[in-house]
Design a protein around this ligand. Structure first.
Ligand code: IDP
Ligand code: MG
Length: 136
């Protein structure tokens, strides 16, 4: 299975890319592709369109387009569920010890990483940023 991950602008700025890479590899994920990008505000709005009715939509899309982030396509058995476990709860205060959000996130909004929440969304999110031929 595949999942889609983002190392968010806060984590890139704080130089946590290599640490987060180690979590990915130590947990047995294969990196099919990774690239450093800067999302436009429009791209962030499209990516998070499911949240467009939420009070945090503006804050979220401004933050996600505020700086460079790294987008990744990951492969592992039960990748979606597994990656959600590795990253921890949305709010770093609630995240379990040892999870990426517990270790590297600043706040509920700036929470270091993204992970798809279902196989269906993983497929959609990967194709939002990668063509099939980029997944090696
Ligand atoms: P998830 O990333 O754990 O799947 P979602 O509920 O899908 O969490 O929310 C997407 C992202 O929106 C979160 O990762 C976080 O960056 C941001 N977010 C969620 N809730 C809030 C909030 O109450 N205030 C500000 N940002 C939020
Ligand atoms: Mg989500």
């Amino acid at each position: 299975n595949r999942t889609f991950a983002i190392i968010k602008p806060d984590a890139v700025k704080n130089n946590y890319v290599d640490k987060i890479y180690n979590h990915i590899l130590d947990n047995g994920f294969e990196i099919l592709s990774a690239k450093l990008i800067k999302m436009s505000k429009y791209q962030a709005e499209q990516f998070y369109i499911i949240h467009n009715d939420k009070p945090f939509y503006e804050e979220l899309t401004s933050f996600m387009s505020s700086g460079r982030c790294m987008v990744l396509a990951l492969k592992k058995e039960n990748a979606v569920e597994n990656w959600r476990k590795v990253i921890g709860s949305t709010n770093p205060n609630d995240a379990e010890e040892g999870t990426i959000r517990k270790l590297y996130a600043n706040s509920l909004g700036e929470n270091a990483v993204h992970g798809s929440d279902s196989n269906k969304n993983a497929v959609k999110e990967i194709s939002f940023f990668f063509t099939e031929s980029e997944l090696i």
